[in-house]
Design a binder for this molecule. Sequence first.
Ligand SMILES: [Zn+2]
Length: 78
Amino acid sequence: MAIRGDMQFVVLLLVMTLPIAVAFGVLVFFIRRGAGLAADGAERCAECRYNLTGNVSGVCPECGTAFGARPVDSAHQT
Ligand SMILES: [Zn+2]
C-alpha cells in the first residue's frame, strides 16, 4: 500500500522537524532575552528612565534630575 508508506514518511518528517522547530524557538527566546538584559544593564534615570550611559554631567539631560555621579566626576566639578 502506497498510503501506508506516505504516512510513515509524514510521521518521520514530523519527528525530524519538531526538534528543529523547538530548538529554533528556544534560540529566538534566548536572543530576545539577551537583548532585554543588555537594555536593563544600561544606566537609567530614576525619574524618566532616560538612558544615562556615558553621561558625565551627573544630571539627566531629559528631566534635570541629578543622579549618583561618579566620585571622579564630582571631584572634577567642585
Ligand atoms: Zn530623567
